[in-house]
Design a protein around this ligand. Structure first.
Ligand code: PEP
Ligand code: MN
Length: 346
């Protein structure tokens, strides 16, 4: 359900609190004109109270049976914060999971260029144990003269690749005018780095009812990324995966600077899964594996990487694409590290 108003107060129920006691608190909030966002965790139920801070502070909630603690939510992001939902969110697409101990291994072409290129890539990544298939149909290109993606034709090819491999498809939505077309095919909607603060697009996917893969803008702070996710979750869509894909710094030897520190920070701040895109951060094929390994070791919930049967002929991001012939070795290494970290491939 969409949330109107800002969650200001956390009501933490005691471990033994009953459903009736939770209902009583919710009813008291409603009586005072406030709303409640109930998050039933493994250890404790937490109620986010939505309404005027002063009005909420005046309620004697601490005295209610079953209530353990009443705390203000001080962070600007509320629904995505760890405070509100203490258990990790698991984004599940047809049984292929990311988050909460499940590692999402997402791979596929940067861009759908033609049918064979995408189908061959999809078969190779599926065979190697990938869990979701990526592929761009609408591409955000720095140059208006560069290949902009095949659009609907690409979506049809992705649907065929899914039918053959069984892998859920993640593809980027750039423009609200394409919502219907992308929604028809995508299992997960990607919001690209350049659109991270396109607030109307975020609200749109928040009410679209499909999981969202939200990439961090190259100049966005961690807090801005979390606020962008808040836009989506506020509309009632809690199935959001955050993606660190490198930020813009003075360094020029990599395409972007992969902010490895963002992974543990995000894991502390939010219950949403956090994945890493080492391909766009590296910009160079030989750097993708070491950055992917670093991401797994830092506690990422997944990676998303670009693969191509003939990178030298690719229409987009050629230098960073892992050749299909090398993907098996790459995947083996990642799988070993994931299990070393005590995670299971989703
Ligand atoms: C992509 O993943 O296809 C892409 C364009 O990445 P980003 O938005 O991170 O640049
Ligand atoms: Mn790319």
């Amino acid at each position: 359900m969409a949330v109107t108003g800002s969650p200001e107060l956390l009501i933490v129920m005691g471990a033994g609190a009953t459903a009736e006691q939770v209902d009583e608190v919710v009813a008291r909030l409603a009586e005072a004109g406030a709303d409640a966002h109930v998050s039933a965790g493994k250890d404790a139920t937490v109620i986010g109270a939505i309404g005027e801070r002063e009005l909420l502070a005046a309620l004697p909630l601490e005295g209610f049976p079953g209530v353990d603690q009443v705390l203000p939510i001080l962070k600007p992001y509320k629904l995505v914060s760890r405070e509100l939902s203490r258990d990790p969110t698991v984004v599940d697409v047809g049984g292929r999971r990311v988050g909460g101990g499940y590692f999402g291994f997402i791979a596929g072409p940067c861009t759908v260029e033609y049918r064979e290129q995408t189908l061959v890539t999809a078969r190779v990544v599926a065979e190697a144990g990938a869990t979701w298939l990526r592929g761009g149909a609408f591409k955000p290109r720095t140059s208006p003269y560069a290949f902009q993606g095949l659009g609907q034709e690409a979506l049809d090819i992705l649907a065929e690749a899914r039918a053959e491999t069984g892998l859920p498809v993640v593809t980027e939505l750039m423009d609200p005018r394409h919502v219907e077309a992308v929604m028809d095919t995508a299992d997960v909607i990607q919001i690209g780095a350049r659109n991270m603060q396109n607030f109307s697009l975020l609200s749109e996917v928040g009410s679209a009812g499909k999981p969202v893969l939200l990439k961090r803008g190259p100049s966005a702070s961690i807090e801005e990324l979390l606020m962008a996710a808040e836009y989506v979750v506020k509309e009632g869509n809690a199935q959001v995966v955050l993606c660190e894909r490198g930020i813009r710094t003075f360094e020029r030897s990599t395409r972007y600077t992969l902010d490895i520190g963002a992974i543990p920070v995000l894991k502390q701040e939010t219950h949403l899964p956090v994945i890493v895109d080492p391909s766009h951060a590296a910009g160079k094929r030989e750097l993708v594996a070491p950055l992917a390994r670093a991401a797994v070791a830092a506690g990422a919930d997944g990676i998303i990487v670009e693969v191509h049967p003939a990178p030298e002929e690719a229409l987009c991001d050629g230098p960073q694409l892992i050749p299909t012939g090398e993907f098996g070795d790459f995947a083996r290494e990642i799988r070993a590290l994931v299990s070393l970290m005590g995670r299971a491939i989703g």
